[in-house]
Every structure is written in C-alpha cells, then in structure tokens.
Design a protein around this ligand. Structure first.
Ligand code: BTN
Length: 274
C-alpha cells in the first residue's frame, strides 16, 4: 500500500533553508525563486553577464513553458517537482560539453545515496528509474570568446507526482520519486543534497578528473557496449555504443570497424531491440 502523495498546492520549497545550507559554496550563493514563470532556463539565458554571481540558482514552483532538449516541452506542474537552472561561468571551455553528463551523474548519485535507488543514465543526460524518465537536463550556453562563456544548467526532476499527475502523452515514459518509492519527498532537503553534490562534482571536473567522471558515468549506462540506432541530423544509423569520449560525445562503432564521435545536440539514441 503506497503512502498518499503530498498535497502539492502551497507546499513551497524552503528557500531560506536552502540558502543557509549552501552558505559556504559557490553554487546557490544566490537563489532567485519564482512561484510561476515560463522557463527558468529562458530567464537565466536572458540575464546579462555579471548581473548575478556565479552559481546563482533560478528556481520556480511551476513553469508554464518549461523547455526540454530538441525543442520539446517539459511539463513542470506546480509544487510537485524540482525545476531549476544553475548559472555557471566555466573555468575552461575545453571540456564544457561534459557538464550535461556531469549533471546527470550528480542526479544519479543523489538517487542512489539519498533513496537507495538504482538509476540508469541514458546518453547524454536522462536519468531513468524502472526504464522511465525521472529527470532531464538541458544545458544552454552563451559563448563570449574562446575562453569565456556563461552556462545555464537546467534540471527538471519529477518528485511528488502520482501516476495521474502525468498527462496521457508522457504517462508511459515518465516517472517520479513518489511513484518509485511510495514515499512523499521533502523537496527542500533533496535540492540541498543535489546542489552540494553538484558543487563537489564540478570542482572535481575542474581539477581534471575527467577519466574518473567518465568511468562513473559509463558504469550507470546500460547501453554502453550494446547495439543502438542513432538519429543524427535526421539520418538513422546503426552501430555499437563503444563509450563516451573526453568531450561527452557518443562513440559509435560501425560494422566496418570505424568509429564516429557524435555530439549530443544533433543525436538521439534507441536500442536496436526497440
Ligand atoms: C530534457 O530532458 O529534455 C531536458 C529537460 C530540462 C527541464 C528543465 S526544468 C528547469 C529548466 N528550465 C527549463 O525550461 N528546462 C529545464
């Protein structure tokens, strides 16, 4: 028997508690909360450079035009999920394309450590539970020069949704922490955990621990080593998912033994058996 889902309406994230818990780190040193807005990523991308400190979080209880990858909509019901964007000035641009994968890894580790769940990662940055999507990441950037950029790391996590809270078009492919665990989740505590972990993982990344990060990512991706279809710029191709390169690109091995490195922006994947 599952516990009853918490009443979403009016159950706000405690922003003061989040700010206090993150006082010693860069990520979350400023939090800009909204009751409702179009999209936290859209808002963050419109902020002028230097208008807010590095690590600022834009968070909304509800998004009316949440955006996903490949110009898809992202459903962001009021008070049920975590919908937020982190503004980040990367120290170097060389491996910046790994950051979306790192964000997915942060979420996967959070679900393992905080809830004893066994999430899987689907390249580039979907987090799955029981084969359904619980969290998605949309990274967008403004590049100013060869060395400077502003990155927006947008994270959407389904937290306290019941099955009925998902619309007909996504109910077969989406899940939430409540659906998976039967327990109502304290979104404030969860957000604090994610943001603390994000600070640690990004620091590790900036210290050059790329191999470690890629190994940890690959261990959680069941598709590595398997036959897949990729759709790359509208073209469908078949091959074996060999792994991820240092830039977060998927390495696809063709039947003639050649390897192709595919960037996330242009590519979607499906298992051959699907
Ligand atoms: C995807 O899997 O397609 C990415 C979904 C990203 C959704 C988050 S919710 C917070 C932030 N604001 C947005 O408009 N999108 C991201």
């Amino acid at each position: 028997m599952h516990a009853e889902a918490p009443k979403g309406q009016g159950n706000y994230i405690d922003v003061a508690a989040v700010t206090a818990a993150l006082a010693k780190q860069t990520i979350g040193q400023k939090i800009i909360p909204f009751r409702r807005m179009a999209s936290t990523n859209e808002y963050a991308m419109c902020l002028s450079t230097g208008a807010v400190p590095d690590g600022t979080i834009i968070i909304a209880e509800e998004q009316t035009h949440g955006r996903g990858r490949h110009k898809r909509d992202w459903y962001s019901s009021a008070f049920l999920g975590l919908w937020f964007s982190i503004i980040r000035a990367p120290k170097s641009l060389e491996h910046i394309t790994l950051i979306p994968l790192i964000a997915g890894l942060v979420i996967a580790k959070t679900l393992e450590e905080h809830f004893a769940l066994s999430p899987k990662l689907k390249w580039p940055n979907d987090v799955l539970l029981s084969g359904k999507k619980v969290c998605g990441v949309l990274c967008e950037s403004r590049v100013f020069s060869k060395k400077t950029a502003q990155l927006v790391i947008g994270i959407g996590m389904n937290v306290n949704h019941t099955k009925n809270d998902f619309g007909a078009n996504i109910k077969d492919i989406a899940t939430s922490l409540f659906v998976e665990t039967g327990e109502a989740v304290d979104r404030t505590a969860l957000l604090i955990y994610i943001l603390q972990k994000m600070e640690r993982e990004l620091t590790r990344f900036e210290a050059g621990k790329i191999k470690q990060i890629l190994d940890q990512w690959s261990r959680r991706c069941p598709h590595v080593g398997r036959a897949i279809y990729v759709t790359n710029n509208g073209q469908r191709e078949f091959g074996v998912f060999k792994g991820i390169d240092n830039y977060g690109r998927l390495i696809l091995e063709h039947s003639d033994g050649t390897n192709q490195h595919l960037a996330a922006g242009d590519t979607t994947i499906n298992l051959k058996s699907q």
